[in-house]
Design a protein around this ligand. Structure first.
Ligand SMILES: *[C@@H]1O[C@H](CO)[C@@H](O)[C@H](O)[C@H]1NC(C)=O
Ligand SMILES: *[C@@H]1O[C@H](CO)[C@@H](O)[C@H](O)[C@H]1NC(C)=O
Ligand SMILES: *[C@@H]1O[C@H](CO)[C@@H](O)[C@H](O)[C@H]1NC(C)=O
Ligand SMILES: *[C@@H]1O[C@H](CO)[C@@H](O)[C@H](O)[C@H]1NC(C)=O
Ligand SMILES: *[C@@H]1O[C@H](CO)[C@@H](O)[C@H](O)[C@H]1NC(C)=O
Length: 583
């Protein structure tokens, strides 16, 4: 036999004795089968079985993909059919939503960590539940980690900060409920950070400004509060979503390359920075439902790339110049429910396909329910001393309103019949849903349910006095410092006091203690709506007082509702009855 044959034979023996280069190591196969067991044998893994089949060669599907290299799994992606869609999750298994009570997140991650070459791990909607254990960092080769839409809660493990290869971290739609961590600058290659729709609290993590590689930062739908740092050092950032949090700073400066920015539904205040006129890439900008004031910089509307600009429901004032230029790509502008005065810019009216919304201002146009100019002048410059939000109160007010309406329609509330101070006698009932629902900053929901509000009150065109805001001192004065002798009633929904205002008006004051947080502005809007509920069968809300409990405390401590006092026994019973505004 020649050398050549010897060579071929040894080649043959070598390949026989060693696993093929593509053959998955059997230890990795064992890990995968264990994972399948942990996940309680989901349908999409039926094809994984123990019969010597190479799992790396299964064809990719919409539900499971796997990639292997050098006999080891490097990418594992799975999508299940158990999206995290419950409203509240208290950390226990839920039948047919989560994996069973036998599932252990800790041993699941221990098993996962044996896939030591893993670079991509995506486990979405699999019903995985529990706190995410710190040992997740053993997957130190991971570049991409997506555990979105599961039932993970507790804190985001600090050891994730040692997974320095991470480029994408996505924990969206879980129940993480601790403070948001502040170690993101350890992840120097991080490009996408997405923690949307969790219950993360605490201040905006300032370490984020130092993660220069970030392109997408998505923290919306949490309870992040406090100040925003300047973000202009994030030179690669193109997508910023911080909407639906409790941020209450001024607007920060933004990176020049920003393309999309969502900042709506916070308590951001102050003026729109001039720096935004340099955002030449900016296409989509939503700052609606905040507390922004000052003028709208004309340069914002003429940005070269802007297509969508939403500034609705703020406190922006001043007028827009007639000859303002709108950016050529601008397709949608919403400036409704602000305090704008003057005329409409030419490029708003001559708009072609452009959608422009401007209702609920004080513009000198006959359209879209403009208010009297005076109501845009008395800008309450009183800075908020507490930017808390209280979902409980909002829910309570909404519930209260619907309860009132139900009661009214059944004619059950027979309170002393009288009109309120300057209430109009217009009593015809509105056909539902024919008004411009965005009028006066109330959500569609409220307006469509508030069918008994007179049209005048609804549109606020008769200049009814807005719900007045009382100071705590005024109320103390009226009630002799909430003296026990002034208590009319005391229920599980707070104490009810009677009192006399400085001008002699007799009032009933309900003190509603509050522990949760809600945006001051939303609270006030709801108060205003309550004040506008004018009906002969209904006692009037004259105003409110929000006791913020001091400068440093971002919570609302107590809310006082001030009603006109009707000296009728029934009134007291009704007002202290549980069906009245249920907070
Ligand atoms: C698997 O890959 C295919 C195409 O490569 C993709 O369409 C599919 O969404 C992937 N599935 C998962 C679960 O990622
Ligand atoms: C997070 O949620 C879990 C489960 O509901 C609860 O036990 C835990 O106390 C919460 N932690 C925090 C910090 O709120
Ligand atoms: C949980 O574990 C117990 C004991 O190991 C077993 O009897 C039970 O069937 C398991 N339940 C589920 C849903 O897997
Ligand atoms: C970050 O990415 C760069 C370029 O892709 C790479 O060279 C570097 O090794 C990465 N850093 C870490 C810590 O993985
Ligand atoms: C912001 O809040 C308003 C009213 O509460 C709501 O209609 C809107 O959908 C919210 N926007 C976002 C982005 O959540």
């Amino acid at each position: 036999m020649g050398y050549c044959s010897w060579f071929l034979l040894s080649c043959f023996l070598w390949s026989f004795l060693n696993p093929g280069t593509h053959q998955l190591q059997s230890s990795q196969t064992q890990v995968l089968l264990q994972l399948r067991k942990h996940l309680e044998y989901p349908n999409q893994l039926e094809f994984w079985n123990n019969h010597g089949m190479d799992l790396c060669y299964l064809s990719p599907s919409t539900q499971v993909n796997m990639t292997c290299q050098d006999n080891a799994v490097t990418e594992l992606r799975m999508v299940g059919d158990k999206p995290a869609k419950v409203i509240s999750f208290v950390g226990f298994a839920i039948t047919s939503q989560t994996l069973s009570g036998n599932f252990s997140m800790d041993s699941f991650v221990t098993t996962l960590a044996r896939l030591t070459s893993l670079r991509v791990l995506s486990l979405v909607s699999l019903g995985i539940w529990g706190p995410l254990p710190d040992k997740i960092h053993r997957l130190s080769t991971l570049e991409y980690l997506d555990l979105s839409s599961n039932y993970l809660f507790g804190s985001i493990p600090p050891k994730i900060s040692t997974m320095v290869k991470l480029q994408t971290l996505n924990l969206d739609d879980n129940f993480f409920n601790d403070t948001i961590p502040d170690w993101f600058d350890s992840l120097s290659n991080l490009t996408i950070l997405s923690l949307r729709n969790n219950q993360l609290k605490g201040p905006f993590p300032s370490s984020i400004q130092r993660v220069a590689s970030l392109t997408d930062l998505i923290l919306s739908g949490n309870d992040i509060s406090g100040k925003l740092p300047n973000l202009d050092r994030l030179s690669k950032l193109s997508m910023l979503d911080l909407s639906e949090n409790s941020l209450d700073s001024d607007l920060p400066s933004m990176p020049k390359g920003l393309v999309m920015a969502f900042l709506s539904n916070n308590s951001l205040s102050g003026q729109i920075p001039r720096q935004y006129s340099q955002l030449r890439q900016l296409q989509h900008f939503d700052m609606s439902f905040n507390e922004l004031s000052g003028k709208i910089p004309a340069s914002l509307l003429s940005l070269p790339s802007i297509t969508y600009l939403n500034l609705a429901s703020n406190m922006l004032s001043g007028s827009l110049p007639d000859h303002l230029t709108c950016g050529s790509k601008l397709q949608f502008v919403d400036v409704s429910n602000n305090r704008l005065t003057g005329g409409l810019p030419y490029c708003f009216t001559k708009s072609g396909n452009r959608v422009v919304k401007f209702g609920g201002n004080c513009l000198s146009v006959d359209l879209h329910h403009q208010h009297a100019e005076s109501s845009c002048m008395d800008v309450p410059v009183k800075r908020k001393h507490s930017g808390g939000r209280n979902t409980g109160i909002l829910a309570g007010v909404l519930a209260g309103i619907s309860v009132i309406i139900v009661l009214l329609s059944f004619g059950l509330v027979m309170v002393h019949k009288r009109y309120c101070s300057r209430g109009t006698p217009e009593q015809h009932l509105l056909p539902k849903a024919e008004q411009d629902k965005s009028v006066s900053g109330f959500s569609e929901e409220i307006l469509s349910s508030a069918r008994f509000v007179s049209e005048a009150a609804k549109l606020d065109i008769k200049g009814l006095p807005a719900c007045r805001s009382f100071t705590l001192e005024e109320l103390k004065e009226a009630t002799d410092s909430f003296n026990n002798s002034t208590i009319l009633g005391d229920g599980s929904y707070g104490k009810l006091y009677k009192g006399i205002l400085e001008n002699g008006t007799r009032v009933a004051i309900r003190c509603v203690p509050s522990s949760k947080k809600y945006s001051m502005r939303n609270l006030k809007l709801r108060m205003d709506l309550l004040a506008k509920l004018r009906h002969p069968h209904l006692v009037c809300l004259l105003g409110h007082c929000i006791d913020g409990g001091g400068q440093d405390d971002y919570r609302v401590k107590n809310v006082f509702l001030v009603y006109e006092y009707v000296s009728n026994g029934n009134f007291r019973a009704h007002l202290s009855g549980n069906f009245w505004i249920n907070f």
